[in-house]
Design a protein around this ligand. Sequence first.
Ligand SMILES: NC(=O)c1ccc[n+]([C@@H]2O[C@H](COP(=O)([O-])OP(=O)(O)OC[C@H]3O[C@@H](n4cnc5c(N)ncnc54)[C@H](O)[C@@H]3O)[C@@H](O)[C@H]2O)c1
Length: 278
Amino acid sequence: MKNWLSKKNTSPSHNAYAVVTGAGSGIGRSFAMELASRQSQVVCSDINLAAAEETAERIRKAGGKAYAVRCDVGNAEEVAQLADEAEALLGHPVSLVINNAGVGIGGKFDEMSLDDWHWCMNINLWGVIHGCHHFVPRFKRQGHGAIINVASAASYTAAPEMSVYNVTKAGVLALSETLSSELKKNNIKVNVLCPTLVPTNIIKSGRLPGRYSKLADHALMNYSMTTSEAVAKLTLDRLDKGQLYTTPQVDAKVFWMMKRASPKWYTNLLGLSYQFFK
Ligand SMILES: NC(=O)c1ccc[n+]([C@@H]2O[C@H](COP(=O)([O-])OP(=O)(O)OC[C@H]3O[C@@H](n4cnc5c(N)ncnc54)[C@H](O)[C@@H]3O)[C@@H](O)[C@H]2O)c1
């Protein structure tokens, strides 16, 4: 059996002992369900314990093993406790952490308050830093491990009126790229997920100006080219293949290539289209 014990773990999403943050909804819930279908045991963690418990219950009803733990990823101590509690519940060291919890925010740069910046940075960026900070030393000690960090295509698209969100996700991308090379010798695999629109609750629960929150939610629910289930499956498959990046949709790939091919041309084009459509 290729499991977490083997030194050369080629399939870290199977038979894993996993922790998923933000597992009470959307992409996090889909990660938890998909992991369970791969015979992994899952600690479903969320700031909303009832939502995490619902995910865990769905897994148990389907015959899997899952536990629910409340944790605010923006709080370093709570994430440290999550790492201890997960190991105790699973009865094994954790082999895979998915730093998924995140929130949405949009609006013009000068509409953003410093509270908006701190709120979003604390969850989207510090939440991922806390997860890596508390799990990487454990993975190093045990000689293996795997990390999926959920960024966004926003980490490189730099779309207008998304400054706060873009900055948090660019940080997640940079951290993931750094860890991927730094931790290779420690047998720790890293994947970073960069999707465009995925139909979830992110707009409903986020901070968006009224003028476009309905429009954004409509676009998310009706024009995304994928589902949270497909995104979770693809990301776990890419982790198993040792791939660093997951850009699930065609538009995510096209933006990626345009930005890499000519950042100046890409940014000019974005500015012109923004002026035109505004
Ligand atoms: N939906 C999209 O279009 C999209 C696109 C790109 C990236 N993402 C990213 O995917 C991740 C998951 O978002 P989603 O779309 O599934 O949204 P969602 O709102 O459906 O789920 C997010 C979950 O995170 C939890 N959460 C929020 N704050 C938390 C905190 N401080 N600590 C712990 N849990 C917390 C929420 O309770 C919720 O269960 C986020 O990081 C988001 O930025 C989403």
